[in-house]
Write a protein that binds this ligand. Structure first.
Ligand SMILES: NCc1[nH]cc(CCC(=O)O)c1CC(=O)O
Length: 310
């Protein structure tokens, strides 16, 4: 028996320019897959706690759920049928009753350097100020350049670029994926190779969340989901789940899928870059989650207690 596909759906998203660009990608892809006009996939803009906090590092305010809580509630009470998130901003465990039902094909996973003073991290003068709200970026910058200064820089992508261009900070790091989706890739002074600077878990991927029981929406999302992105994210998110205990611990990782094989690299650092544990795994794509978990357990076994905040 086949499940009848929906001919209209309500898609929930945050209202930031990047969130809207991502929501529109899902809207277009889904409308095409269902053979309906764009306006059959209605966009519902929802403000999250994370959007209203500007003055503190997010880790201190309570971590990743801040960008998803209000959308989760809207899904659970039926006001929206699907929610679109940067996979990077999602908690490792979803609320009971919700599932990741699909991923769009992943964008470039790398971080970009934004600066008007240097064409690479190495070129920044000693004492230069790098602004970021990401402990992962802070830790990797300081590991490579302990002579640089890192300060808190918040705001959406456009705001952060403006603060570099006005000289408030000498440089920042942003996901190339976000820059591309906003038509701002030309603002990158350099693109940092994953071999030298590991992205966040999920970076560049757009996840689509729905109710576990909503078989019609899930069936529709099966038509647009990108299986290899799902495999990579299964490995990365399993790694993060094992290590998630402390949200003050900078964690980086990236899985690449090629010819049925997944290749994962992970890195856990001290916030000041003074300590780090790196792991690497290769295995069958069908075992992606186990491989990510196993890599996480290796970090737990090898890390000095202080690194994981114990
Ligand atoms: N934390 C904010 C956030 N969430 C997703 C992206 C970019 C898009 C992505 O990584 O998929 C960004 C901005 C940034 O880190 O530059």
């Amino acid at each position: 028996m086949s499940i009848s596909l929906p001919d209209s759906l309500v898609l929930g998203t945050r209202g930031s320019p990047l969130a809207l660009a991502q929501a529109r990608e899902v809207q277009a892809s889904l409308a095409a897959a269902l053979g309906v006009a764009l306006d059959h996939i209605a966009l519902s803009l929802i403000k999250t706690t994370g959007d209203t906090i500007q003055d503190r590092a997010l880790a201190e305010a309570g971590g990743k759920g801040l960008f998803t809580k209000e959308l989760d509630a809207s899904l659970l009470d039926g006001r929206i049928d699907l929610a679109v998130h940067s996979a990077k901003d999602m908690p490792t465990v979803l609320p009971e009753g919700l599932v990741i039902a699909g991923y769009l094909p992943r964008e470039d996973v790398r971080d970009a350097l934004i600066s008007i003073k240097a064409k690479s991290l190495g070129e920044l003068p000693s004492g230069a100020v790098v602004g970021t709200a990401s402990l992962r970026r802070q830790a990797q910058v300081l590991r490579q350049r302990p002579d640089l200064k890192v300060t808190l820089l918040r705001g959406n992508v456009g705001t952060r670029i403006a603060k570099v261009e006005s000289g408030e900070v000498d440089a920042t790091l942003l996901a190339l994926a976000g820059l591309k989706r906003l038509g701002l890739a030309h603002k990158a002074a350099a693109i940092l190779d994953t071999g030298a600077f590991l992205p966040a878990i999920g970076q560049g991927a757009i996840a689509i969340i729905t109710r576990e029981q909503d078989v019609r929406t899930r069936e529709a999302l099966l038509r647009i989901t990108h299986p290899e992105t799902g495999v990579a994210l299964a490995a990365e998110r399993a790694f993060l789940r094992v290590l998630d205990g402390s949200c003050r611990t900078p964690i980086a990782g990236h899985a690449r899928v090629e010819a049925g094989e997944v290749h994962f690299r992970g890195l856990v650092l001290a916030p000041d870059g003074s300590d780090a544990v790196a792991v690497e795994r290769r295995g069958a794509a069908t075992e992606a989650a186990e491989l990510g978990e196993d890599a996480g357990r290796e970090v737990v076994a090898r890390a000095r207690p202080a690194l994981l905040g114990h």
